[in-house]
Design a binder for this molecule. Structure first.
Ligand SMILES: [Zn+2]
Length: 262
C-alpha cells in the first residue's frame, strides 16, 4: 500500500467541536469563531462611549489578569473548524437571534418549549466557546463539544440550562466553575458556566456522570432562575426576582457538589 505525502504528514489540530483535523490539506481550515457574535454589539452599550472593554479576572472579584478595549467585541476561539463555524454554529446563531433580541431589549416573554430548546442550545454553544476562549478555565470535557456537534439544535444530554434576568451596569459577564460529582464508583467532572449579555443571564451546567442527575439549587435560585433545559413547561421571563450585580456574582459562584442529587 502506498500513501501520499499528505496522508503521512501529521494532520492539523482537531476542531474543538467535531474533532476533525483542521488543515488546508483536509480542506477544513481553522477559523476565528466569535464567542459573542458581532450582532450583539448594538445591545452592549453605546460604541461612541469608548468601545468595549474586555476584562479577564481571577475569580469574579480577584485581580485583573488581562484587560483590553476595542471598538468591537474581540473574543474569539481559534479552535473551531470552518465546517462547524460556517455550518451548524452559524445556523444555530441565526435560529436563536430572533428569540434573543426580545430578551436583550428587556421585553416580557412567555417562552414555549421550542423557543426554550433553541435558547438553551445557544447558551450551551456560547458557554462551550467561552470555555475555549478563557485560557484560565479548566477545559470542559470534550464529550460535551462532540454531543452538541451531533445534536446541533438542542442541548446535549447531561446538561441543564436556566435563564435569569439582570439589572446592573455590566454589559456582559462570564464565569466558569469546575464541578466534581462523587458517588460510590468514584468522581466525574462537570462544569457550570454563567453567561450574561445585558439583561438575560444563562446558567449552563453539564457533567460526565454515567446517568442523568437532578440539579437542585437553593437560595434565591427558585425565584431568580427558570429552568429552560430540560424543558419543564412554559418559562416566564423576566423571572420574579431580577438579580443585581452582587446576586449575579453569587449565582455564578455558588456551584457545589451538593447541588447534585443522584
Ligand atoms: Zn468542527
Amino acid at each position: 500500500m502506498t500513501t501520499s505525502p499528505d496522508q503521512t504528514r501529521p494532520s492539523g489540530k482537531p476542531c474543538a467541536y467535531c474533532g476533525e483535523p483542521m488543515s488546508r490539506a483536509a480542506g477544513n481550515i481553522v477559523t476565528k469563531e466569535h464567542v459573542l457574535p458581532l450582532w450583539l454589539m448594538p445591545y452592549l452599550g453605546d460604541p461612541a462611549q469608548g468601545g468595549v472593554t474586555h476584562t479577564i479576572r481571577q475569580g469574579v472579584r480577584g485581580p485583573v489578569l488581562r484587560e483590553w478595549t476595542t471598538d468591537t467585541l474581540d473574543l474569539a476561539a481559534k479552535k473551531v473548524c470552518r465546517e462547524c463555524n460556517n455550518g451548524w454554529m452559524n445556523d444555530l446563531e441565526n435560529l436563536a437571534k430572533p428569540h434573543l433580541i426580545p430578551l436583550l431589549e428587556g421585553n416580557r416573554r412567555v417562552l414555549d418549549a421550542p423557543t426554550q430548546r433553541i435558547l438553551a442550545a445557544w447558551a450551551v454553544k456560547t458557554a462551550l466557546a467561552l470555555g475555549l476562549a478563557n485560557a484560565g478555565a479548566k477545559a470542559i470535557d470534550v464529550e460535551h463539544y462532540r454531543a452538541l456537534t451531533t445534536l446541533k439544535r438542542r442541548p446535549p444530554p447531561k446538561t441543564h440550562v436556566w435563564l435569569s434576568a439582570y439589572r446592573g451596569w455590566r454589559h456582559a459577564f462570564h464565569h466558569q466553575s469546575t464541578l466534581t460529582l462523587t458517588d460510590s464508583k468514584g468522581s466525574v467532572d462537570g462544569y457550570a458556566s454563567t453567561v450574561s449579555v445585558t439583561r438575560p443571564i444563562f446558567h449552563v451546567a453539564g457533567h460526565s456522570h454515567a446517568h442523568e442527575v437532578d440539579i437542585v439549587k437553593g437560595g434565591i435560585w427558585p425565584f431568580a432562575a427558570v429552568q429552560i433545559w430540560p424543558v419543564l413547561g412554559l418559562a416566564h421571563w423576566p423571572t420574579r426576582m431580577i438579580v443585581d450585580d452582587d446576586q449575579l456574582l453569587s449565582m455564578a459562584t455558588t456551584w457545589k457538589t451538593r447541588d447534585f442529587v443522584g
